[in-house]
Design a protein around this ligand. Structure first.
Ligand code: XMP
Length: 520
């Protein structure tokens, strides 16, 4: 079920590109509603919805001649709506409509210059002096134009880099306009959406407030809803939205695992119980989590223990509340997009154990997932509209298993205490230096290694603290953040001078891949 069956939309067909969600976010940022559908799901569709006003075919890892894997539903190209093919999408349009695609002699990966051959609506205000720098990522290229198409631009390794069929309003581009490395890439999407598809602005996530509140009211009626509140952005927005919709019929359960960030439990209680007067059951389960994790060093075991225990505790408290029919979850659009790529690998991110899997079935609960058509940045805007403060809304992501996976090796109370302090100093200093919002995620970790140091005239033998700060679009890939040397030096001094137990600080400079964002 789409968010709103009547909304005019752009449909994005996903062929497994890591950038598909980015296309959707960019189009929504333009104020236009769009949805993503996997090309696998399209194979058998006979009748497409009439409110589709344009199609974008994404990139992907395959080549167009892998017929078994790409069963293209060519009804798509007969809908009579404008089509924009990006990278693989460009190649599949070309192949389907009589052009030719072949493996390039040189893979083109990274920045490339494109040169304008002919004016087009798609490239209005895109070129300056007939040139532009764009981001390429392809091994195949279109070598023969499909029927009734013309070339609009070329690059050194892709002579048919932008093509159009003016009459049918079909366009193909070899590069990626959705990535920030493509100069003025947004202009291409803007031209496609507004001038070519002629769709009007119809979407703003913050406008969804009233609509979502009404939907929740209707769905829930007089029943009670429980919600696992974690203090993170998604569950906070869900809780506030539901509280606006159904007031005291919402009961939040907040389990303190003892693995939260410093003072997190106080902040959650102050915000939701004291300020917003939401029914909140606070469960302090620190001791039980620590005892179950005693001597456990295997990362997967740690995750399993925490996940299972969390569900058990949540269930125990939820069962005490009578007449509960619904469980509210902070599921987001990226969680529900069927983004199994064509190569079979899952492109969606790891799910939180706070999406309390298994419970609805066991307890006979129905799900309320009011955010399931929103991206994270849209959830943030909605949260601000609902009156949540910026501190909660702009918080970096925090994994369900918490500090346990930022402490390789054994988990002890002493180590948790040290780690909470180090993390707090790091995050606070990022805020003080106006760096926090430039970074997608940052944290301190405590490595299971002690090293020798010297402080004053004394020898020390203490833990090693690792700092990680990354930039990312969606957590799937990441680069380490390049701090100035002076900043790194000062945070290292602050941590070592203020925290007994740490005498050395290192900064993680690996990207993802090959590393992951978390340590375990
Ligand atoms: P990795 O370490 O896989 O992390 O590169 C990618 C993103 O996912 C977060 N993460 C989790 N989030 N439950 C969550 O809710 C989890 O078990 C979990 N594991 C990793 C991580 O913090 C990063 O933002």
């Amino acid at each position: 079920m789409p968010l709103d069956g009547n909304l005019k939309k752009i449909l994005i067909v996903d062929f497994g590109s890591q950038f598909t969600q980015l296309i959707a976010r960019k189009i929504r940022e333009l104020g236009v509603y769009c949805e993503i559908i996997s090309h696998n799901k399209l194979k058998k569709i006979k009748n497409f919805e009439t409110n589709i006003k344009g199609l974008v075919l994404s990139g992907g890892p395959l080549n167009v001649y892998e017929n078994k894997k790409v069963k293209f539903n060519n009804k798509l190209l007969k809908l009579g709506v404008p089509v924009l093919g990006i990278c693989f999408g460009h190649q599949i349009i070309s192949k389907e409509l009589g052009g030719r695609v072949k493996s390039s002699k040189y893979r083109e990966f990274g920045l490339a210059e494109v040169q304008e051959i002919k004016k087009s609506k798609l490239t209005k205000d895109f070129f300056s002096k007939g040139k532009n720098n764009v981001w390429m990522s392809h091994a195949d290229q279109v070598i023969k134009l499909p029927k009734n198409f013309q070339a609009i631009a070329k690059s050194e390794n892709s002579k048919l880099c932008i093509i159009e069929n003016l009459e049918k309003k079909m366009y193909g581009i070899q590069f990626h306009p959705e990535v920030s490395h493509t100069n003025k890439g947004n202009q291409i999407l803007k031209n496609f959406v507004f001038s070519i598809c002629k769709i009007k602005r119809n979407w703003s996530s913050s406008d969804q407030k009233i609509k979502l509140i009404n939907e929740v009211k209707q769905l829930v009626g007089n029943s009670k809803v429980i919600c696992a509140l974690s203090g993170g952005v998604d569950s906070s927005v869900v809780a506030k939205l539901l509280s606006n919709a159904i007031g005291k019929k919402l009961i939040c359960i907040f389990v303190n695992t003892g693995l939260l960030r410093k003072n997190e439990e106080t902040q959650v209680i102050n915000t939701f119980k004291k300020r917003f007067k939401i029914n909140l059951i606070y469960v302090n389960a620190e001791n039980i989590f620590i005892s179950k994790l005693k001597n456990i060093t295997d990362p997967e075991k740690k995750r399993r223990i925490i996940g299972n225990l969390f569900i058990k505790i949540f269930e125990k408290y939820a069962k005490k509340i009578k007449n509960v029919k619904f469980l509210a979850q902070g599921t987001l659009y990226p969680d529900i997009i069927e983004s199994k790529s064509v190569t079979g690998s899952q492109t969606s991110k790891i799910k939180s154990h706070h999406n309390v899997g298994g419970l609805p079935k066991k307890m006979n609960l129905k799900l309320v997932e009011p955010l399931k058509y929103l991206f994270k940045d849209e959830v943030r805007k909605l949260g601000l509209k609902l009156g949540l403060n910026r501190e909660i809304i702009s918080r970096h992501p925090f994994p369900g298993p918490g500090l346990a996976i930022r402490m390789p090796g054994k988990i002890t109370k002493e180590k948790i205490k040290i780690l909470k302090e180090a993390d707090n100093y790091f995050i606070q200093s990022l805020k003080d230096n106006n760096l926090y919002d430039k970074i997608w995620q940052a944290y301190a970790a405590l490595l299971p290694v002690k090293t020798v140091g010297v402080m004053g005239d004394n020898r020390t033998y203490e833990y090693l603290c690792l700092l990680r700060a990354i930039t990312s679009e969606d957590g799937m890939t990441a680069d380490f953040y390049q701090f100035k040397k002076s900043y790194i030096q000062s945070i290292s001094n602050t941590i070592v001078n203020n925290i007994k137990g740490i005498n050395r600080v290192v900064y993680d400079v690996t990207s993802k891949p090959p590393s992951t964002i978390e340590l375990e």
